[in-house]
Design a protein around this ligand. Structure first.
Ligand SMILES: NC(=O)c1ccc[n+]([C@@H]2O[C@H](COP(=O)([O-])OP(=O)(O)OC[C@H]3O[C@@H](n4cnc5c(N)ncnc54)[C@H](O)[C@@H]3O)[C@@H](O)[C@H]2O)c1
Length: 322
């Protein structure tokens, strides 16, 4: 019997790539997603999709799964600064609700909790973050991610439940919602603007450094994590070790998309992390994971996808609802 896997947020950007890889490997996959940013079209036809919010899930939604991969979240750190309560409900409270359901109805399942590299906050020169770096949140979003990580610890210690924590680092690639105007997933948003020769908005001086990972690389880590018992109880950063400034990234997107766009500088945003570069040493040692796709290769793939997708539809601005 193939293992049964539930993916919350599985119709979203990262979640749908995880679903693809699970299906490739013969898992029996089900998805719960409220389609607030995700799309049905991201999923293969043979995957069962329940359209609902995590907060509305009940015991029957978690029963009988061998693995539960939790990707559903409000993903924008800047949205959380303006709407902290909404972020609390979608990230902290929803995660608590899901873990409580697992405790009551399926406490033997393996839970993969999607956290974020942003729990470590700013990593000043010359440091490269690893998992032992302290929590250093700068917004409600990463505070709530830390809350989720601490819940993993408490449910493990009190009830012996099984967790793996993954901390993706600035993920990009096909299916990244380019229509979500500047709230998050700004790479896809910038590509869309570049393809229209519109200015690329940069908050601050553009010297902020990030470590960008291609989505299929990130998704592969989920499969490695659920297939390796040594991963249980561990947290893994999933970066590339290469720091790239926003200015460099914008220039690269402009060049690779053959655009005439210019960079447009706007006032800095509250809670913006100035530098993150991370190490994947632990993920390599335990999971055998390492990133395979370079930023240049990955951006080309994302640009081609946005071009193709723009021809089909989806230009509406995101509407969050609770
Ligand atoms: N994209 C990144 O760079 C990045 C980096 C670090 C961590 N993460 C984390 O990875 C996960 C997936 O993010 P993504 O980039 O794929 O974003 P996404 O918005 O594409 O995916 C989130 C999915 O969850 C769904 N969703 C949101 N809130 C929900 C709720 N309350 N109930 C049910 N479904 C809900 C959305 O419709 C969407 O399909 C998130 O937990 C995010 O915080 C993302």
């Amino acid at each position: 019997m193939p293992k049964k896997v539930l993916v919350t947020g599985g119709a979203g950007f990262i979640g749908s790539h995880v679903v693809d890889k699970l299906i490739e490997k013969g898992y029996d996959v089900e998805v719960i997603d409220d389609l607030s940013t995700g799309r049905k079209e991201n999923l293969p036809n043979n995957v069962k999709l329940k359209i609902k919010q995590v907060k509305d899930m009940d015991g029957s939604d978690v029963k009988n799964f061998d693995v539960i991969i939790h990707c559903a979240a409000q993903v924008s750190t800047f949205y959380s600064v303006d709407y902290p309560e909404e972020d609390f409900k979608r990230n902290a409270l929803s995660t608590f609700h899901l873990f409580e359901l697992c405790r009551k109805y399926n406490d033997n399942t393996l839970i993969v909790y999607t956290s974020s590299r942003s729990v470590h906050g700013d990593i000043p020169e010359p440091y490269i973050a690893d998992e032992s770096f302290p929590y250093n949140p700068s917004t409600f979003y990463n505070t709530h991610k830390i809350y989720g990580e601490l819940l993993c610890k408490i449910y493990k210690e009190l009830y012996g439940m099984k967790f793996v924590i993954l901390r993706p680092s600035n993920v990009y690639g096909p299916r990244q919602p380019y229509w979500v105007g500047g709230w998050y997933n700004f790479i896809a948003y910038w590509i869309n603007l570049a393809l229209q020769n519109k200015p690329i908005p940069i908050y601050g001086k553009g010297t902020q450094i990030r470590d960008y990972t291609y989505v299929e690389d990130t998704a592969r880590a989920y499969i490695l994590a659920i297939e390796n018992s040594k991963a249980i109880g561990e947290a893994f950063l999933l970066p590339t070790g290469r720091g790239v400034s926003l200015n460099e990234l914008a220039d690269l997107i402009i060049k690779l998309s053959g655009s005439n766009s210019v960079k447009q500088y706007l006032p800095p945003r509250k809670g913006d992390i100035q530098r993150f570069v991370g190490s994947y040493k632990k993920a390599k040692e335990i999971l055998g994971w390492e990133p395979k796709v370079t930023l240049e290769e990955g951006l080309k793939k994302e640009i081609e996808w946005v071009k193709k997708d723009l021809k089909i539809n989806y230009h509406t601005e995101l509407q969050f609802h609770s």
